[in-house]
Design a protein around this ligand. Structure first.
Ligand code: ATP
Length: 319
């Protein structure tokens, strides 16, 4: 391939820049022209792209967000939009495309591959909710940010003998909640994979209170929500002053951690290696510590489960 494109699509995640850098540098090493497509599939439909050289991706490995911006593109969900994108690719000479995003973005990448533009997906989302991969770019940074924030909340919860109910991101998955909850020593973690039982939360708090505990942290996953109502119910039933905090978008920003930078660099490299071999319609993944790739349609059918043994550890050691 002589020219490839790279874009970021869907929600942003720290480490996307490191992936863009890796794609650009690997492509350039192969003598390819590398085009950065702006604002997801919108840029592909409108022909909004910039040529990347070795220096245009300097000083981004350490930065959150995405230098190519990201967006959701309704038009691309229809084959007419995908066809328009193909025409832009043909005009710009793009023979292969790297798509950094989530499942929705991979569906689009599959559609574009099916009409002759080979695409390779790289999983980029803080939620770690992409089934084919053990790890998604941004996940580690988001968990560390959430942990830092809850550590701060703990200081004030402790000073006031309060219960803090903290809602963390994760969409419909409990990965961020589970790991952050363990890391901050939460009294209880509510994840969407398990039916919420507020009475069990209250029972746990009462048990800990009987053992001398005076301040409490309850981590609630975004997929459960209702942090305010949960805090109110805890206060009503236990008499412990309770406050909710919804961490929100702070978890999507910030400098990527070592893990996110390294995995993003590996995945970007692997994606371009595939395109260099003329292989498309694949998603790059991390499985058992190794970088692998799967057929996009197969990857989209896969399922992954929250590690229940970790959930058990979390609850068995919180008192
Ligand atoms: P995240 O979930 O992390 O935000 P995502 O990639 O799953 O990432 P979506 O909003 O689902 O985010 O998808 C991003 C873009 O991918 C959409 O705006 C659209 O352009 C394209 N896309 C989504 N679903 C499809 C589909 N079924 N067919 C073609 N393109 C799609």
């Amino acid at each position: 391939m002589k020219t490839i494109g790279v874009l970021t699509s869907g929600g942003d995640a720290p480490g996307m820049n490191a992936a863009i850098r890796s794609v650009a540098r690997t492509g350039l090493q192969y003598g390819m022209k590398v085009l950065g497509v702006m604002r997801g599939y919108n840029g592909l439909i409108n022909g909004d792209m910039i040529e990347l050289n070795m220096r245009s991706v300097s000083d981004i490995i350490n930065r959150g967000g995405t230098m190519l911006y990201t967006a959701r593109c309704k038009e691309f969900k229809d084959m007419a939009g995908v066809q328009k994108a193909k025409e832009t690719c043909l005009k710009a000479g793009i023979e292969g495309l790297v798509v950094i995003g989530g499942d929705g973005s991979f569906r689009g990448a599959g559609d574009l591959s099916s009409i002759g533009i080979p695409c390779v997906g790289i999983p980029g989302t803080i939620d770690n909710d992409i089934a084919c991969t053990d790890y998604t770019i941004g996940y580690d940074t988001a968990m560390n940010t959430a942990m830092d924030m809850v550590d701060r909340i703990r200081d004030t919860a402790q000073s006031h003998d309060r219960c803090s109910v903290v809602e963390v991101m994760g969409r419909n998955a409990g990965y961020i909640a589970l790991n952050t909850g363990i890391a901050v020593g939460a009294s209880y973690i509510l994840v969407p994979e398990i039916k919420p039982d507020i009475d069990a939360v209250i029972e746990k708090i009462e048990k800990s209170r009987a053992l001398g505990k005076k301040h409490f942290i309850v981590v609630v996953a975004e997929g459960i929500g209702h942090a305010k109502e949960i805090a109110q119910e805890i206060e009503e039933k236990t008499g412990i002053e309770s406050r909710e905090t919804i961490l929100g978008h702070v978890q999507r920003g910030g400098n990527p951690t070592v893990t996110d930078r390294v995995v993003a660099s590996q995945m970007g490299y692997h994606a371009v290696e595939l395109l260099h071999q003329g292989i498309g319609n694949r998603v790059v993944a991390q499985k058992d510590g190794k970088i692998v790739d799967y057929d996009i349609q197969e990857a989209l059918k896969m399922k992954k489960e929250l590690p229940m043994e970790l959930y058990k550890v979390a609850h068995d050691i919180s008192f």
